[in-house]
Structures are given as structure tokens and as C-alpha cells.
Design a protein around this ligand. Sequence first.
Ligand code: ADP
Length: 172
Amino acid sequence: MDSRLLALNADITTLAIDAIVNAARPSLLGGGGVDGAIHRAAGPELLAACRRLGGCEPGDAKLTPGFALPARYVIHTVGPVWRGGGHGEAALLASCYRRALFVAADRRLASVAFPCISTGAYGYPFDAAARLAVDTVAETLALLPEIERVLFVCHAERDLAVYLRLLAGRPL
Ligand code: ADP
């Protein structure tokens, strides 16, 4: 596996890195989960900046500053809502990772941290989402040598164990 990929347990809002990725709502006007945590930590300027973006389609990604966060930027992406797997969910989720990395590369950002998009309120099965995340990021980084580090940020020991197995190339 690409040595630029790492997994860790952390609150993504505490990371001092070029960009953290937000698993946002299509309105970009805030929500629960990681989105709520990012808005609380970034302060009200983030919501004002998001308002100016005019929403985001599922599978797309848009950039704002990080404001009060230790991260310089936030890349907002909208994952698919899990509806059984037969509604293009995997393609949309892969697009989130790809688009977020291209947005980062366009700004010459070298380090990006992802939460496990769609696996909270949006209900995507965790193991399948993590596998798609690792495979898609590895494929995309092959096109983006300027990106030096991608972190998969987990919020539970069990989730981290899944990513560590995937990164080690072991079966789940
Ligand atoms: P979605 O609506 O895309 O499912 P959620 O925020 O509900 O987004 O959950 C996405 C993932 O983010 C879940 O795996 C959840 O455990 C994780 N998560 C929630 N809060 C944080 C945080 N502060 N830092 C990192 N990951 C988080």
C-alpha cells in the first residue's frame, strides 16, 4: 500500500494539517456528527463561508478556510445516503474521495485528513466504506505526487482496526 496513507484514532477537529475533510450535508449549512464538530470548532465564520458556496452535490467537494481550526482548510464533501447499495452509492462515495483530493492538489495542499464519509448518519456499512476509501485514495494518489500525506481519521478502536488491516493488505 502507498506509504503516504496512515490511519489513526483522533478527533479530526484537533489536527494541525493542510486540510480536513468534512462529511457535510448538501446544503453545507451544518449537521450533526463530524459536520457539527467541525462547525463548532471552526466558529461561526465557517457557516458564513459555506453559505456563499451555495450547496454541494453528492460526490462533489468544495473548499473553505479552516478559520479557528488548527487545519488551514476544510474540504466539504457530501457522501451518499445508504439505500441498500443499488443506487450508485459506491460510485458517489468514491467520487467524494477523488474530488476532495483533486481540490486539495489544486490548492497545492500536501496533507489531507478524511473521516469515514457516510458511515454515521448516512448509514453506509463501515467495512465496505473503509475499503472503498483506501482503494480510491490509493488510486487517486498515483495521479497526485504532490500530495504527501493522507490520514484516515477514526473515532473508535474498532474502526481503526479495520483501516489498519486494509492498509496492511490483510483481509477483513
Ligand atoms: P455521514 O452523515 O456522512 O454519515 P457522520 O458525521 O454522521 O457523517 O459520520 C461519519 C463518520 O465520522 C463516522 O464514522 C463517525 O464515527 C465519524 N466522526 C464523528 N465525529 C468525528 C470526529 N470529531 N472526528 C473524526 N471522525 C468523526
